[in-house]
Design a protein around this ligand. Sequence first.
Ligand SMILES: Nc1ncnc2c1ncn2[C@@H]1O[C@H](COP(=O)(O)OP(=O)(O)OP(=O)(O)O)[C@@H](O)[C@H]1O
Ligand SMILES: [Mg+2]
Length: 342
Amino acid sequence: MRSDANIAGPMTDPVPGPRTESLGEGVSRETPPPMDDTPIGRSAQLAVEALGRAGEGLPRPDRTRVMVVANQKGGVGKTTTTVNLAASLALHGARVLVVDLDPQGNASTALGIDHHADVPSIYDVLVDSRPLSEVVQPVRDVEGLFCAPATIDLAGAEIELVSLVARESRLQRAIQAYEQPLDYILIDCPPSLGLLTVNALVAGAEVLIPIQCEYYALEGLGQLLRNVDLVRGHLNPELHVSTILLTMYDGRTRLASQVAEEVRTHFGKEVLRTSIPRSVRISEAPSYGQTVLTYDPGSSGSLSYLEAAREIALRGVGVHYESQHAHTSNQNNRQNISEGMQ
Ligand SMILES: Nc1ncnc2c1ncn2[C@@H]1O[C@H](COP(=O)(O)OP(=O)(O)OP(=O)(O)O)[C@@H](O)[C@H]1O
Ligand SMILES: [Mg+2]
């Protein structure tokens, strides 16, 4: 089973850091990171319990939901969202694969996955047609979570792909040939709209756009949405923007609530009601090779990602939170936003 693979995995050394007490009784807020002999997964499980929904479980999709986490703007929280949502969904009982499609390899790092130059990686899958199953690694401490890592080789793939057959659909083919049962595949895209992102858009049915609650949050989104439309028109008729997630939300600032309001007005029901707060714990976790779910299970960042995952899982089976905002159709929103934002 997975746990064996985890124990024998490449990152078995305890993460350096302070030894902490067991989190046995409930979960403390903003606690020191759980380490060493306290199984991290157990701590994270406590976070699920902290939500008061232990054992409730979440509906699993009938077929694998492939979600493309994209926004060509840099630093908006794509990777943070990919890894933390993936871990949250896994902690809710789903089987989840993260595909790291960014040469920076940040998602691989955050999941504690070895991705030095010799590690079989998504580059081999895209450029050399290596089966995805040969590069997927289990993520330690989170049952049901897997990662296809990115190495620095991927930086050359944008160019190498150009001359290859079916250059836009190589990831799609690899995913279709992957036989392991999965509930979700989350693809972390680089901050560009090149061939790597196009491969993700062809492989997935859903686009998840993280939007940072900052100035210029919507800048460039029109271009992303036009690309989504182009790919839907020519290569992948199922593709649609299913989810918008507001990240780094700082409720103390008027700017954050203005941006949130503007995004909700533009997109309506695609916007998750849960937004992700700005949280030091979220930004610290990757340097320990962990998600915030295992790094500080009881923190506000951890709980908000668990809640966002719950919302996504429920939407997948047609259950929507009641929205506070008037909805217009997806098509109209897209039209407006394409016109309004160049
Ligand atoms: N909710 C949050 N609170 C605090 N810091 C955050 C939060 N979300 C992300 N960050 C930090 O913001 C930075 C950018 O986040 P992240 O790497 O996820 O963005 P990205 O969109 O993947 O970036 P890139 O475009 O370079 O791939 C990181 O240092 C991350 O730790
Ligand atoms: Mg990133």
